[in-house]
Write a protein that binds this ligand. Structure first.
Ligand code: FNR
Length: 181
């Protein structure tokens, strides 16, 4: 199974990027996770949407060809970071590559409520007409990783109970992806 991960932080030591790398290594038997390079995407400009820069085309193609997408993002000022919104905006125009695409979201924050507001906003964005992603129902599938500094070591997520919790949700997502095709 081919999954694209989109990380909403460009910071080298980003906890959210560390989660993406941890998942990439931990789930090799289950899926191939490609981490999208959103740092090279220019600011969205509607004048360029019909023939966007090559990096945008590559980004959109990788989503179009993926079986599913995992969005791993911090919360900035109670919402999603601009870099993530910018990437999503490119994907929402002309070839609308998110339509019907299975998506799972998660995020980490040093604070107590672990990105909950960002993820609620993200769910709204993912439901918009240009996106219409098929988002894993939140019911028991929310992954809000709080107090992040205590849970990472040497560039990876190491907190065992958090890892086991993510294992369960990844299994739910894989079933969800399979049932979507
Ligand atoms: C933050 N941070 C933050 N955290 C949070 O839980 N809720 C918030 O609204 C915000 N707002 C916010 C705004 C901006 C501009 C910055 C730079 C940071 C803190 C944030 O969670 C923390 O820096 C994380 O470590 C960022 O994620 P990465 O880069 O570690 O993945």
């Amino acid at each position: 199974m081919n999954i694209v991960a989109i990380v909403g932080s460009l910071r080298k030591e980003s906890y959210n990027m560390q989660i993406a790398k941890t998942m990439q290594e931990r789930y090799t038997d289950l899926m191939n996770i490609e981490i999208a390079k959103i740092s090279s995407l220019p600011y969205f400009n509607e004048e360029e949407e019909l023939d966007p820069p090559q990096d945008v085309k590559n980004f959109k193609n990788s989503i179009a060809n993926a079986d599913g997408v995992i969005i791993i993002t911090p919360e900035y000022n109670w919402s999603v970071p601009g870099v993530l919104k910018n990437a999503i905006d490119w994907a929402s125009r002309v070839e609308k590559v998110f339509i019907g695409k299975p998506v799972m979201t998660l995020g980490a924050s040093p604070g107590a409520v672990g990105t909950v507001r960002a993820q609620l906003h993200l769910r709204d964005i993912l439901s918009s007409p240009g996106i219409q992603a098929k988002v894993l129902p939140p019911g028991s599938n929310e992954i809000l990783i709080n107090f992040a500094p205590q849970k990472f070591e040497s560039g990876r997520l190491v907190d065992e109970s958090t890892l086991q919790f993510i294992d369960e949700k990844i299994n739910n997502f894989l079933e969800f992806v399979k049932s979507s095709h």
